[in-house]
Design a binder for this molecule. Sequence first.
Ligand SMILES: [Ca+2]
Ligand SMILES: [Ca+2]
Ligand SMILES: [Ca+2]
Length: 144
Amino acid sequence: MERPVVMWPVTSFNAVDEDAKGYAHMGDMEKFRQGVFAGMDYDNDDRVDFAEFSAWDVGFEEAAVEEGKPEAIFTARRILFALWDRNGDGQLTQSEHRFALSQDFRRADIDDDSVLDQDEYLIGYSVNLVMRAAIRPDIDVSAQ
Ligand SMILES: [Ca+2]
Ligand SMILES: [Ca+2]
Ligand SMILES: [Ca+2]
């Protein structure tokens, strides 16, 4: 069965589930998170500021432009950054990022079996969720 969510640019499940088990556990997500953090932290000071965060993109910007909503991506980034920057100092630390991801993990694990399958990841991971809501609110994946 085709699901509309897979046509949408997402942070790829394959990048999380590196050894193609078909699911991702918290260890996979933490490894993925470390890679994402390192990728965002351009000046390697172990903190990610909003400029660094904004430069990180996995295809959402192109999607937003295609949808005629280039401004939506900025809104979505601000929402995500504000969510993750818990103390609001404009810098994302490793521990803030880790905390955000573990919250995402629990929220996304709908059947509560401590691993995320691809659907849970695509629907529940905050980056995918927030970007999709900002750019294509008409795609209601929760109704599946
Ligand atoms: Ca930095
Ligand atoms: Ca902070
Ligand atoms: Ca699960």
